[in-house]
Unconditional design. Structure first.
Ligand code: IDP
Ligand code: MG
Length: 140
């Protein structure tokens, strides 16, 4: 077992519905520690860079527009196997396929407006954290 860090984002559909606290309850209940957190509005260039891996996908433009449409809460989560542990509590990308008890099952509106982001590997987590936080903003 390894202590890892992962990047979480509470997306605009969730901040608009005042769900930050409810989502944080599920994160903390899963044993993950929120070691950095801030509410921001992404610029378009930052959103484009963050989702660069999806550039060729048909939903890329809509996704960038959605992620810059309102405030988001970016977070660094820390814990045992944090990357997978958070993916597990997030649930499937499509809330119709998400398991009971997951954040997306409870709160997501649809496959795009799905309330949360979580890094998919330790390597990507490091890149995504560096895009959103200065090292001194993370207090473990
Ligand atoms: P993930 O967030 O579960 O890792 P990814 O495949 O990495 O899912 O997709 C990134 C984000 O792009 C999703 O969270 C969702 O907001 C959006 N997205 C993914 N697939 C679709 C789709 O088929 N239509 C619209 N938006 C999508
Ligand atoms: Mg992903």
């Amino acid at each position: 077992m390894a202590i890892e860090r992962t990047l979480s984002i509470i997306k605009p559909d969730a901040t608009a519905r005042n769900l930050t606290g409810a989502i944080n309850v599920l994160i903390e209940r899963a044993g993950l520690r929120i070691v950095a957190q801030k509410r921001v509005r992404w610029s378009k260039p930052l959103a484009e860079k963050f989702y660069e891996v999806h550039k060729a996908r048909p939903f890329y433009g809509d996704l960038v527009a959605f992620m810059t449409s309102g405030p988001i809460v970016v977070q660094v989560l820390e814990g045992e196997n944090a990357v997978k542990a958070y993916r597990d509590v997030m649930g499937a990308t499509d809330p119709a396929k998400a398991a009971a008890g997951t954040i997306r099952k409870a709160f997501a509106e649809n496959i795009e407006r799905n309330s949360v982001h979580g890094s998919d590997s330790v390597e990507n987590a490091a890149t995504e954290i560096a895009l959103n936080f200065r090292p001194d903003e993370i207090v473990g």
